[in-house]
Ligand binder design. Structure first.
Ligand SMILES: Nc1ccn([C@@H]2O[C@H](COP(=O)(O)O)[C@@H](O)[C@H]2O)c(=O)n1
Ligand SMILES: C[C@@]1(CO)OP(=O)(O)OP(=O)(O)OC[C@H]1O
Length: 166
């Protein structure tokens, strides 16, 4: 069986914070505000995975009231999210995501994001697609007030027989 999930997240851009997207640190004079490292792309992917397997959302599993998650590397949140999906018998089939950011230019970092996410998901890089778009200076993203991300993931049910090659 295959199950689809969608995730969306937004974080505010501020000075004095790192900009981390898809597990990749990007040199920029603003960063994203959040309880964690505020990796808006990985958060959208977590929500897509959780949605696909009927496990609610990121805030339910990793509440921002819990000091355990203060400053946490969101790669750890995605790894734990994928473990939740695996316990339900699902793994990533493919995923597609869009980062909505007026600036900085993200194209030079997309390859590293794909590699990071594919490694976490234990899939080939061809199963992960990451895109970036501006909003032509319209809205909060266009004004540089924040960055948003959408993710869609198809989760595939693990065939235990096939995994064990029986
Ligand atoms: N922060 C961004 C936004 C966009 N890109 C790349 O530029 C292309 C054109 O963007 P439009 O918003 O004008 O459609 C887009 O397809 C991305 O390849 C980027 O690198 N960083
Ligand atoms: C990721 C968590 C972790 O506490 O905190 P934030 O970095 O604030 O990110 P958000 O996208 O608001 O999701 C809530 C939390 O799960």
């Amino acid at each position: 069986m295959m199950r689809i999930g969608h995730g969306y997240d937004v974080h505010r851009l501020v000075s004095g914070r790192r900009l981390v997207l898809g597990g990749v640190e990007i040199p920029w004079h603003f960063g994203l505000m959040g309880h964690s490292d505020a990796d808006v792309l990985l958060h959208a992917i977590c929500d897509a995975v959780l949605g696909a397997v009927g496990e609610g959302d990121i805030g339910r599993h990793f509440p921002d009231s819990d000091p355990a998650y203060k400053g946490i590397d969101s790669r750890k949140l995605l790894a734990e999210t994928l473990a939740i999906a695996a316990r339900r018998g699902f793994r990533v089939g493919n995923l597609d995501a869009t980062i909505i950011a007026q600036r900085p230019k993200l194209a030079p970092y997309i390859g590293a994001m794909v590699e990071t996410i594919a490694a976490l998901c234990q899939v080939d890089i061809r199963q992960v697609n990451i895109k970036a778009t501006t909003t032509e200076e319209l809205g909060f993203a266009g004004r540089g007030e924040g960055i948003a991300a959408h993710a869609v993931v198809l989760m595939a049910e693990v065939d235990i027989g096939a995994e064990l090659d029986v």
